[in-house]
Structure formats: structure tokens, C-alpha cells
Design a protein around this ligand. Structure first.
Ligand SMILES: Cc1cc2nc3c(=O)[nH]c(=O)nc-3n(C[C@H](O)[C@H](O)[C@H](O)COP(=O)(O)OP(=O)(O)OC[C@H]3O[C@@H](n4cnc5c(N)ncnc54)[C@H](O)[C@@H]3O)c2cc1C
Length: 814
């Protein structure tokens, strides 16, 4: 073996398909000194036993784009590297055996149109023609993707490794990374038994080993291995190499031609976690024993679907470990805890079909210091530190694996690892019928079941069982007063002599306001893209309260932390656990709160966007006059130990004001009517405030400037090429969720970022960007015929630049 270098630009840890793809793409970008270290042999972890399916349609637009790029890359890889890849575009068919599944598939087919991935919707007869080996009596329909296929995972990895070497990368096998070195703020290299390598960047692509390797340097990578099974059948009558890959989602199984045999694999419910006590040090091209009885029900269903299997022989029963993650989404990006430490791991059994896209975006992310496209759904920064707890992971991944093929119901909730983070009110709210949903470990009331109704979801693509209850909560907030428990908000305190100047450079709005004022603002990246969307309250001259969503707690905290200059007198503290939040919203909120506090809650004494400490019950509570529902209201920040007392007082007084409890589904339907943008959906790091219609919250001329200002100045000059619009379907029946294509005068011009039923506007409301000619008047954007496509049907829609609900903000500023 050649000698390890003492220095490298990038060290990639792990020689599976992911590590090899990242090394390939970095080298192809022209990066020199890319070194890949593999503890055993290339592919010897999970990659060698991948079944080889290369599918492209994923549950979201950006994930589908990555998978699509992978397919295109593999198409040309053999010609580029002269290394066989076994890549074959035989197409794929996905089956639906019930109408709900068929709707899901048709919605996916509609989404695929956004980026011109051809998808055909098939009848049972057409499926039988294309796949004569199966019984189709129970099939309702399906979809066919002609450009899907399969490949040999080992060969693809070797081709990527060869391509990487051809572009100058160096690969060392039998070289385990024993330590990752750092100086407490950034990585500085790695240690191996063969010597140390100083490196500017380290990329952890260690598959199921990644969690522990990352934990050794304080980086959170929540994943846990699970057993994953397939069976190879030989002598299958009628087997044809031209057969498409078949996915029978409702039987959680897939079928693939495999060198003269038929491979049947599964994503079964109640999977078996593996390796909780550690992964054997000598693991190399290993199989695990597995449990045939566990897999037997899948085989029985397979034999019913494909009768020829009953007479075929089982050549191999295979079980191998693969990493799964708590939300069945992989982990990409830079560790928030440690600069220049990147991670790509937790592939949830789609590593082969994702590797090309992952390699490309990771290489660009490392080069540019920021993701090339919105990758929030897989961004490492979404993870909470508690998620590397093994009990949590072990229980959750037993559910994760099966969710790959389970119906992707809107609002679907996990059933494992629940009750992790709770508001002090949890028991009180559960006792009055709260149906809690899980978000980032938090249990949050999504809707309230009236007496006699069990607070449980009955899922469908239509109106789910909670629709009417949530509608009633929505209307009560519009007409009276509602209470939301928003304790899960992330809360930070920034204080010190330089707190204002540091924070004002990060905020696009001006936060140099009088103490007691509250400012809605975005934080931007250098391109003007929106990194987050939050409120800042000036508590005192040198102290600020920053409130952001539960989802972005880690992302936002570290974004700000890294922007505090080392010489600045300024301390950032995460005070999330110190305060519960009760939001009292609706036209009667003032009367209710006034009955409980000696503070003057009138419009004159307590105007919109101000914040005061008030007495409430026995507590001193910070009341902030702000709203995410489009009504008069206050968010109350209550010290955690006072929450129960304050809540009880509000409920007792609330009876005479008709106070209702309202959940997160109502919060969502209320905010979307008012066209309040939700970060992660309607606004992301790819969208600027000018495109999103948030220019009012940007102070281009404030002294000292802010991050992203220069990009916005350029964009203001040239004009935006897309604009966020609010849509209201003309037909009150169909439901929007997200990713539905937007048609303008018969042309596809965008897709819905978020959708919900507007109970006051009487139809589904969606927010989405549409392409526009830079320089055209924004007002003309709406002067067209719009349609939104839902499961293949185009529904006429009205479009508006201004919120359809209360465009003048009269209900808020009273
Ligand atoms: C039965 C089965 C079927 C599958 N079928 C498909 C499929 O059809 N399509 C699909 O897309 N995906 C499939 N997958 C999933 C796919 O195989 C994985 O997602 C993918 O291989 C993961 O690649 P990786 O590079 O992240 O991990 P790995 O292949 O495990 O690579 C990680 C590497 O890192 C090395 N390493 C770890 N720690 C260190 C260290 N400290 N120093 C140096 N090296 C280290 C390991 O030795 C290992 O080689 C399947 C998986 C299974 C189990």
C-alpha cells in the first residue's frame, strides 16, 4: 500500500457508494488532494449487498431531482470510466391495490411533471400487459416510469472510485479512521493507525458506523441499523430480463430481475433493529442471520402476487444491515457543531439510487460553504441532540423501515418513540381531548377531539376525521378567542454590549428599536436566500429575545453563534426549556387577557409588535402582541414552572369569553389564509424576501448593512424571476398538500409549496412561486388563467399577491 499523505484538502471517511460518489464529484470539480479512507475494502459495509433498484420518484421535488441526476449519471458512467456498472433502464411499475394508494401514486405522477420526468398512469389491464407474471384482480391501477431501472451496486461504486482516481483522488483501503481532530471550532484532520492526516475538510460517510464516529467529536448523526431482507428465486417460469422493476407497495415488497433470477425484497412493518450493542470490529462483506419467520408473510404475499414463485426454488435468503433514521430522511451537510465537518449518512435503503445526487450536492456544498439547492428536508441541522439516544433510535427505526412503502398519508404521525419532549400542559391537554402530533421530539396538540370522540387519526387523502373539529377551532379563533400551546417554539437570548450590532448585521430588518418593541425579520445568506424567519424582541438596551420555530432550533442557534465575532461582547443562550408559550388569539383575546391582568391591554397602551412583562395569575409573564393567525392576539412567554398555574387561570376566566383550545392544524389553516409564509416550505434558503413578497421586512438602508444586502440590491435592480402567489381553488372540494403543479394559461409555471383548507375562505388555499419575466410589474402576475393540478386533474384557481384574508390588516392592528 502506498504511504498515507500527511496533508489533504478533504478526507472522505468510508468507501461505500456514498463516500466514493463524493470523492468522485469533488475530484471532478477540480479539487486536488482528495483522500478517501476505507477501514476494510470498498463496498464492504452495506453497499455490496444492495439489491440495485434505481428509482427516481421520491416524496418531494428536490429529492426526486437528486435521484433523477443519479440515474442520468449512472447512464453514462460505464462509458466514462470503462468500468461495467450493470445499469439497465428497464422501467418500473408501482402498484396500487386501493383507491387511496392510487391517489398517492397519481399525485406523485403530477409532481413528476414539474421537472418533466415521464410517468404513465396505468390501468390494471395495461399493468398485466407489461408484467404478465402477476395476478392483477385486486389491482386498482399503477404508474410506470420508463427511465427507472437497476444497477450493480459494487460495480457502480467501483466505477465511481475509478472515476475519482482518474481525476486525481487517492483511495486507501484497510485504513480505519480512529479519530477526527479539531480545534473546538473546526476540524483539522484525522488519525489512523497508519498515521495522521491534516485536512481542511472531513466528510463522514461511514454508513452505520457514522453515528458513533460523529458522536466522538460531539456531532449528532441520528441513525441505527436495521435488518433488511431479500430472497433470490431461481427457475422462475416466464422470467424475462426486460421486465420492469415492480413495487407492490401495499404488500411492502419489490421485485427485480437479477442475473437470471428474481429478487424479492421488502420494507415490512415492525423491522428488526440490529447492532444496538455495537457493530463487530471485523465486519466486512458480512451477512447477518436474520429471521426467516419474520420474512415469511412477505413471501406468502409474493407467491400470491406471482404464482410462478410457488414452483420456483429459493436460491438465497439474505439479510444485511442498513442504517435508518428517525424521519426516514438521510443526513447531509455541515455539522452545526463543528465547521468543515461534513456528513452524508443514514441512507434508509435508497443509498444507491441517491448516491449520484448526494455526491454532486455535497461536493458543491463543501466548495461553496452552503447547499446548492434547498436541502432542508435532509439537512443535518434538523436533528436534535437527544436524537442520538439509542433507546429512542432503536424504537423509532423499527418503524422507519416500513414507512418507505407504507402510505405517505398527509399528517401521518409516528407511533414509536413518543412522549419525548412535553409541554408542562401535556397531561391537561390530553385530558380534554388533544390529539398530539410529534414534531422534533415535541408532543404538540394538532387538534382536539370533542367529548365522545377518540383523539386518533383516521388517515386518507380526503378530509380526515379531524377536518370538521379543526374547522370549528379555526372559526372560533376568527370569531372569538382560542388558546394554542406553542411551548415548542425555540427561544434564544442574546445579550452583551455588542448584542445589538452583532444581531443587526444578521437580521434583514432593523432591530435597533426601542426596548419593548418586537421585530419580524429574516436572516439571509450571501445570495439573499432566506436562512430563517423569526421574531426578535428587544428586552433591554443590551438584551434580545429571539423566537423561532421548533424545527430550526439547532440550525438558527448555530447560524447566529458562528456569526458572533470572537472579540464581540455578546453571549447567546438557548432558553427554550425555560419558557412555555401560550398564544391567546382572536378578536376577544384582549377582553379575556384584560380580565386577568392589571396591565393596560388597550391598543394605545399595548400596540401591535410590542412586548411587555405583565402580571398574570401569580406569575410575571412576557406578553408579546404578534400573530401567526391573522387576528388580534398575544403570545405569552411563561416561565416553565408557572405554566400550569397561568393556564388554569386563563381557562377559568376563558369560560365566560367562549375560549376554545385550538391545535396546530388550525394554526396552519389560519396562517395560510393570511398568506403568512412558513419557513422550510414557502420560504427557504433558495428564495429571497423580494421573491417571497417580504420586502416590507427588509431595511436595505439601515446603517451597518446586513448579510445578503448586496444580493438583494442587485435583485432589486434586475427584477425577480419568480414570485410567491396565494391561490384559492374555485372548486371547494379538492385538497392541496404540497408539490401540486401550477399551470398558467396552460403552461407549467411552478408548484405549490404549502396548502391547507381555508375554512373562512371556503376552499383550499395554496402558496407557490410562479416564474415571471424580470422587470414586469408584480401586479400583472395574477392576470392570467391559473389551474392547480391535483392527482392528474386541473382545478381552476384564483391568484393573489396580497393575502386573500384581511389584506388591509384591519383585524390585527386594532
Ligand atoms: C438488503 C439491502 C438491499 C438494498 N437495496 C437497495 C436498492 O435496491 N437501492 C438502493 O438505492 N439502495 C439499496 N440498499 C441501500 C444501500 O445499500 C445503502 O443505502 C448504501 O449502500 C449506503 O452506502 P454508504 O456508503 O452510506 O454505506 P456503506 O456501504 O456501509 O459504506 C460505509 C463505509 O464506511 C466504512 N467505514 C466506517 N467507519 C469507518 C472508519 N472509521 N474509517 C474508515 N472507513 C470507515 C465502512 O467500512 C463502509 O465500507 C439496500 C440495502 C440493503 C441492506
Amino acid at each position: 500500500m502506498s504511504k498515507l499523505p500527511e496533508k489533504a484538502n478533504v478526507v472522505v471517511v468510508g468507501g461505500g457508494v456514498i463516500g466514493c460518489s463524493i470523492a468522485y464529484h469533488l475530484a471532478k470539480l477540480g479539487w486536488s488532494d482528495v483522500v478517501l479512507l476505507e477501514r476494510q475494502q470498498l463496498t464492504s459495509g452495506t453497499t455490496w449487498h444492495a439489491a440495485g433498484l434505481i428509482g427516481q420518484l421520491r416524496p418531494s421535488i428536490n429529492m426526486t431531482k437528486l435521484a433523477r441526476y443519479t440515474s442520468e449519471l449512472y447512464h453514462g458512467l460505464e462509458a466514462e470510466t470503462a468500468q461495467a456498472t450493470g445499469y439497465r433502464q428497464c422501467g418500473s411499475i408501482s402498484l396500487a391495490t386501493n383507491n387511496e394508494r392510487f391517489e398517492e401514486l397519481k399525485r406523485s405522477a403530477s409532481m413528476a411533471r414539474v421537472f418533466e420526468l415521464p410517468v404513465n398512469v396505468l390501468s390494471p389491464g395495461e399493468i398485466a400487459e407489461r408484467y404478465p407474471l402477476i395476478t392483477t384482480e385486486d389491482i386498482v391501477g399503477g404508474i410506470h416510469i420508463p427511465s427507472d431501472g437497476y444497477a450493480n451496486a459494487v460495480d457502480i461504486t467501483q466505477a465511481l472510485a475509478k472515476g475519482a482516481r482518474n481525476h486525481g483522488a487517492r483511495i486507501f483501503q484497510d485504513t480505519k479512521v480512529t479519530d477526527i481532530h479539531h480545534d473546538n471550532s473546526k476540524v483539522t484532520g484525522v488519525g489512523t493507525r497508519e498515521g495522521d492526516i491534516d485536512a481542511k475538510y472531513v466528510v463522514i460517510c461511514g454508513g452505520m458506523w457514522s453515528r458513533d464516529l460523529a458522536a466522538s467529536i460531539g456531532v449528532t448523526v441520528p441513525l441505527h441499523a436495521c435488518e433488511h431482507y431479500y430472497v433470490l428465486f431461481e427457475s422462475v417460469a416466464g422470467l424475462d430480463p426486460e421486465l420492469p422493476v415492480l413495487r407492490d407497495y401495499d404488500a411492502c415488497s419489490y421485485y427485480k430481475y437479477d442475473a437470471g433470477k428474481l429478487l424479492v425484497g421488502a420494507f415490512e412493518p415492525n423491522a428488526r433493529p440490529w447492532g444496538s450493542g455495537g457493530i463487530p470490529e471485523d465486519f466486512c462483506f458480512d451477512e447477518i442471520a436474520g429471521n426467516f419467520e419474520h420474512f415469511e408473510p412477505v413471501l406468502e404475499d409474493a407467491m400470491a402476487r406471482m404464482p410462478a414463485l410457488q414452483d420456483a426454488g429459493i436460491q438465497k435468503f439474505f439479510c444485511g444491515p442498513e442504517s435508518f433514521t428517525p424521519d426516514v430522511r438521510y443526513h447531509l451537510g455541515q455539522a452545526p457543531e463543528l465547521k468543515n465537518c461534513f456528513v452524508a449518512a443514514g441512507l434508509n435503503s435508497i443509498g444507491l439510487q441517491s448516491a449520484g445526487g448526494i455526491g454532486k450536492v455535497m461536493a458543491e456544498w463543501i466548495r461553496d460553504g452552503q447547499p446548492p439547492v434547498d436541502l432542508w428536508e435532509v439537512d443535518l441541522r434538523r436533528n436534535m441532540p437527544f436524537q442520538r439516544n439509542r433507546k429512542y433510535l432503536r424504537e423509532r427505526v423499527s418503524e422507519s423501515l416500513g414507512l418507505l412503502y407504507a402510505p405517505h398519508w398527509p399528517y401521518r404521525q409516528y407511533t414509536t418513540s413518543r412522549g419525548v419532549r412535553k409541554s408542562p400542559l401535556y397531561d391537561r391537554l390530553a385530558a380534554i381531548g388533544a390529539c398530539h402530533g410529534e414534531a422534533f421530539g415535541w408532543e404538540r396538540p394538532n387538534w382536539y377531539a370533542p367529548e365522545g370522540v377518540t383523539p386518533e387519526y383516521a388517515y386518507s387523502y380526503g378530509r380526515q376525521n379531524w377536518f370538521g373539529f379543526s374547522a370549528a377551532e379555526h372559526k372560533s379563533v376568527r370569531e372569538g378567542v382560542g388558546l394554542f400551546d406553542q411551548t415548542s417554539f425555540a427561544k434564544f437570548r442574546l445579550q452583551g454590549r455588542n448584542a445589538m450590532s452583532v444581531l443587526n448585521r444578521v437580521c434583514a430588518n432593523d432591530i435597533d428599536v426601542k426596548p419593548g418593541r418586537l421585530v419580524y425579520t429574516q436572516w439571509l445568506n450571501d445570495n439573499g436566500g432566506i436562512e430563517t424567519d423569526l421574531t426578535v424582541t428587544r428586552l433591554a438596551e443590551n438584551a434580545f429575545l429571539i423566537v423561532t420555530s421548533a424545527e430550526t432550533e439547532i440550525r438558527d442557534f448555530h447560524w447566529l453563534r458562528q456569526l458572533i465575532p470572537s472579540a464581540a461582547h455578546c453571549v447567546l443562550t438557548n432558553v427554550t426549556s425555560g419558557f412555555g408559550v401560550l398564544s391567546i388569539m382572536g378578536p376577544r383575546s384582549r377582553d379575556l387577557l384584560q380580565s386577568l391582568t392589571p396591565a393596560d391591554m388597550s391598543g394605545e397602551a399595548f400596540p401591535f409588535a410590542t412586548s411587555q412583562e405583565i402580571e398574570l395569575g401569580y406569575a410575571m409573564v412576557r406578553a408579546s402582541r404578534i400573530t401567526f393567525v391573522g387576528e388580534l392576539g398575544w403570545e405569552l412567554y411563561v416561565p416553565t414552572e408557572f405554566m400550569l398555574g397561568v393556564y388554569d387561570e386563563i381557562c377559568a376566566a376563558g369560560e365566560s369569553f367562549g375560549l376554545v383550545h385550538a391545535g396546530y392544524h388550525a394554526l396552519n389553516s389560519l396562517r395560510i389564509e393570511k398568506a403568512y409564509r412558513h419557513w422550510g416550505h414557502d420560504i427557504t434558503d433558495e428564495d429571497t424576501p423580494l421573491e417571497a413578497g417580504l420586502g416590507f421586512a427588509v431595511k436595505l438602508d439601515k446603517s451597518g448593512g446586513f448579510i445578503g444586502r448586496e444580493a438583494l440590491l442587485v435583485q432589486r435592480e434586475t427584477g425577480v424571476s419568480k414570485r410567491l402567489l396565494q391561490f384559492r381553488l374555485q372548486d371547494p372540494q379538492p385538497l392541496l398538500y404540497r408539490n401540486e403543479p401550477i399551470w398558467r394559461d396552460g403552461q407549467l409555471v411552478g408548484y405549490i409549496r404549502s396548502g391547507a383548507y381555508g375554512h373562512s375562505l371556503g376552499a383550499c388555499i395554496g402558496l407557490g412561486y410562479v416564474n415571471c419575466e424580470p422587470g414586469t410589474d408584480a401586479g400583472t402576475c395574477c392576470e392570467h388563467r391559473f389551474e392547480i393540478e391535483v392527482a392528474g386533474m386541473r382545478i381552476a384557481a384564483d391568484a393573489s399577491l396580497r393575502p386573500l384574508y384581511d389584506p388591509e390588516n384591519k383585524r390585527i392592528r386594532c
